[in-house]
Design a protein around this ligand. Structure first.
Ligand code: BES
Ligand code: ZN
Length: 838
């Protein structure tokens, strides 16, 4: 049992190598002849064991690369008791964005600068030093780094001292950490500058950026200060570390990583120029900051026992992220976007969990690949959506008390899911665990069918599947807020539906009702026709999330064939005077998905229908941001312009976008960020080779992370096969950083015309793709597959992957099932839609 690691590392940035030595204090529980720990891609030739009495044993080191293990063999049995193991090792700073790796950037003078940095979750600490690389082997870490004199370096704990070690080097020693898991250890060395610390609830907080980017740190510093304070208060527990650094690194596989006290971000998720960054981009930064800080308690202080429980980390951090962003910016209505934005946490989870290839949120994990694959829309999105459902059902304060009790009880420890339920059961006096087991331990979610007869409400549940399966008879315990309107007014019934069919007599004739009251339930509702009409007639009495679910659920029923696209378009017309941005955004998103399956011959008619739906609201908001208008109005303006310019391909809109896109390309400060962003994408989707060249120039010269990313997105959107293939080529030659390669390719594949051509290139260069794209990001490529729904292309995709093994088979199976469902929608809707549009 390890209790403490004294770790010293010396990276050589120019040579891309490192040396290190670790001394691990252990308790030997029973007599052993071999000690087995994790290590991979490290060179280790020997080790030394020192017993409490001072006796020293030299150990032989044997590495097994397949098992990622190091075995230390003792010539004689080692007795039980405290001991310490000293292991010297060497490694390479890899370019795979995992373990201890090298990142680089070109500074203002045009010189290439190197950075050594880490990313350990899930199981890559073993690439930086030998360790027991499992979340419940918690220990104290004492880190020292040997760096060039005066060179910037950080780790989890505060810097304690710098001691010269000769030949221009110094040893930087950091304070001991709390007992924590190996995947949270971090160190970063390189040409960085840090802001002055701000003190939040006694904790110093800084933002660290590559040299030359310090002017982009203020936004994050403010958001960080707010979130740190707010979270400490919500949990009622002090921040568990001694400082917080937010560090922006130019190459990073994920959005950010919650290393205790040393949170690492990709640049777009931290560095902001408020003048040119759109609201969506700004919100992303606040979200990521809130999410990672939320982990300092949920994840770092209290950690899941094993990877099957990773949802305890990620679902909770996502849940807290929403709450914290909502607290900082109530005007953004964050929980609406949580449900509504295309690809958002909840809608993304609905999409995956409607597949027969879905999985339970909590799910057995035995290998590193399986651990990495757990970070998916079920863990994040379904997990946080069912927590939200439970919070709304139990009430804010009860839920918060349960959470605080859970964290206090298990501080510095590891937990399983039932520990959380025990705390919530105690706080609420209800059987929370019994309800939640049906959502966490079982795949899928229900569709609730609702009809009424006099004073009786009839409810029935069955699994909602994108491709129907009558034999699936599982059921859920569904916490529901039923809002029922009778002659005597509105009554809210708080119930848990447990049976497949239930009847509730409310004593008075039911006029209308909302079966997902508040709209927070993770289920779909199918209303009998007269009830749906009543709901539409009473729109003005519904909450925005309730109005949202009615339209969004209808789209889901189109996707699985129970309703027709025409029904959806018909219902959408009832939303013409809708005022909530998130509802429009969802609508525009669904219109875009439908556009993908509309046959070429119907496209003009379809575009006309879309324009007819959006025009009135789009005209109302115009093209100019108005001083002092609500943030959501700015967002809405962008959504509507994109809908008109991209889906409806409205000529006037495209013509008006063009000069604004040019303004953005020439000087981003000359135009409102949200209008500029929308104009850019409109021009890109309707763009030609000249536009492409202009975007490329802007991409190469962009001076903020968001602008650079935005021009890259624009380059991906020009729907021309030759140009799209050129962008695909850039993912191999460094023009696009490898951290972005996978999403770029996915985006290229989702284009209506050029997608199939990019798919064929991808298929032909697959081996190269697996070598160049960082392994942990590879599955992001699969996001582009569902759009390839032309039958012959889809068949080719399915045939290719039937013979191609991948490291994330679950994600792949899900994307392929979605693809098949899209092929089916296309086939179903071809004639139906022609009818409707006529
Ligand atoms: N712990 C994750 C980072 C991570 C993801 C590690 C996958 C290993 C595998 C981190 O807390 C996280 O969730 N980051 C998100 C951003 C967040 C706002 C949802 C990310 O990186 O996208
Ligand atoms: Zn997270």
């Amino acid at each position: 049992m390890p209790t403490r690691y004294d770790l010293c590392l010396e990276p050589d940035l120019a040579a891309a190598t490192f040396r290190g030595e670790v001394t691990i204090a252990v308790d030997i529980v029973e007599s052993v002849e071999a000690i087995v720990l994790n290590a991979t891609e490290l060179t280790i030739s020997s080790a030394r064991l020192t017993m409490a009495d001072g006796a020293v044993i030299d150990l032989d080191a044997v590495t097994d690369e397949q098992a990622e293990r190091l075995t230390l063999l003792s010539p004689t049995p080692v007795g039980a008791g405290p001991a310490s193991i000293e292991i010297p090792f060497e490694g390479i700073l890899n370019d795979q964005l995992r373990g201890f790796y090298r990142s680089s950037f070109t500074d203002l003078d045009g010189t290439e600068q190197f950075i050594a940095t880490t990313q350990f979750e899930a199981t890559d600490a073993r690439r930086a030093f030998p360790c027991w690389d499992e979340p419940d082997f918690k220990a104290v870490f004492s880190v020292s780094l040997v760096v060039d004199e005066g060179q910037f370096a950080v780790s989890n704990g505060a810097e304690v001292e710098r001691t010269p070690s000769g030949s221009g080097k110094e040893i930087v020693r950091y304070a001991d950490t709390i007992v924590m898991s190996t995947y949270l250890v971090a160190f970063v060395v390189g040409p960085f500058e840090a802001t002055d610390p701000v003190i939040v609830a006694g904790v110093p907080l800084r933002v660290v950026a590559p040299i030359g980017k310090a002017h982009l740190t203020n936004f994050a510093l403010e958001a960080g200060a707010f979130c740190l304070e707010w979270l400490s208060d919500y949990y009622g527990i002090a921040y568990p570390g001694d400082k917080v650094d937010f560090i922006a690194v130019p190459d990073f596989a994920f959005g950010a990583m919650e290393n205790l006290g040393a949170i690492i971000y990709r640049e777009t998720a931290l560095l902001v120029d408020p003048l040119t960054t759109s609201l969506t981009e700004q919100r992303r930064v606040v979200d990521v900051i809130a999410h990672e800080l939320a982990h300092m308690w949920f994840g770092d202080l209290v950690t899941m026992h094993w990877w099957e429980g990773i949802w305890l980390n990620e679902a909770f951090a996502s849940f807290m992220e929403m709450k914290c962003t909502e607290a900082m910016h109530p005007e953004w209505d964050r929980w609406m976007a949580f449900a509504a934005d295309p690809g958002s946490e909840r809608s993304g989870a609905f999409t995956v969990d409607a597949l027969s290839s879905s999985r339970p949120v909590e799910f057995a994990v035995t290998s590193p690949d399986e651990a990495n694959e757990m970070f998916d829309p079920l863990t994040y999105g379904k997990g946080s959506a069912v927590l939200r459902m439970m919070e709304q059902y139990l009430g804010f304060e009860v839920f918060r008390k349960g959470v605080g009790d859970y964290l206090r009880t298990h501080s510095f420890g590891n937990t399983v899911t039932r520990d959380l339920w025990a705390a919530l059961d105690a706080a609420s006096g209800e059987r929370v665990g019994e309800i939640m087991d049906t959502w966490i331990l079982q795949a899928g979610f229900p569709q609730v069918d609702v009809r009424t007869a006099g004073s009786t409400i009839h409810l029935s549940q069955r699994r909602f599947l994108l491709i129907d399966d009558e034999s699936d008879t599982r059921s859920w315990r569904i916490p529901m807020l039923l809002k029922v309107v009778t002659a005597s007014g509105l009554h809210t019934h708080r119930i848990v539906m447990t049976q497949l069919d239930e009847a509730i007599d409310v004593g008075e004739e039911v006029e209308w009702l909302v079966a997902n009251g508040g709209g927070h339930g993770f289920y779909r509702v199918h209303y009998a026709a007269p009830l749906l009409e009543q709901l539409i007639a009473n729109f003005d009495k519904l909450e925005s999330l309730e109005r949202f679910t009615i339209l969004d659920d209808t789209y889901a029923f189109v996707a699985n064939g129970h309703m027709e696209a025409g029904d959806f378009l018909h219902l959408a017309a009832a939303y013409r005077s809708e005022h909530h941005q998130a509802i429009w955004q969802m609508l525009v998103g669904h219109l875009a998905s439908l556009e993908h399956i509309v046959p070429d011959a119907l496209l003009p008619a379809y575009r006309g229908t879309v324009a007819d739906l959006l025009r009135q609201k789009a005209d109302e908001l115009g093209w100019e941001a108005v001083e002092g208008e609500p943030d959501l109005t700015r967002l809405l303006r962008g959504d509507l312009l994109r809908g008109m310019g991209i889906i409806a391909a409205d000529e006037t809109t495209v013509a008006r976008a063009r000069p604004r896109s040019r303004a953005l390309v020439e000087d981003a400060r000359s135009i409102d960020a949200d209008v500029g962003q929308a104009s850019l994408f409109i021009t890109a989707y309707n763009g030609d080779a000249d536009d492409f060249d202009a975007f490329f120039h802007a991409y190469e010269h962009a001076d903020t992370p968001q602008l650079r990313q935005r021009f890259l997105q624009a380059l991906c959107s020009v729907d021309d096969e030759e140009l799209a293939k050129r962008v695909f080529g850039w993912t191999f030659d460094g023009t696009v950083r490898t951290q972005d390669a996978a999403w770029v390719t996915a985006r290229l594949m989702s284009n209506r015309h050029s997608g199939p051509g990019v798919w064929r290139e991808l298929r032909n260069r697959w081996v190269e793709v697996t070598e160049v794209y960082p392994n942990v990001t590879l599955r992001n490529v699969f996001e582009g597959l569902p759009a390839l729904s032309k039958p012959d292309v889809a068949a080719d995709v399915l045939a290719f992957f039937a013979e191609t093994p991948v490291t994330s088979p679950k994600t792949l199976a899900q994307k392929l099932e979605q693809l098949q469902a899209n092929v089916a929608v296309r086939a179903r809707e071809e004639t139906r839609l022609a009818h409707h549009l006529a």
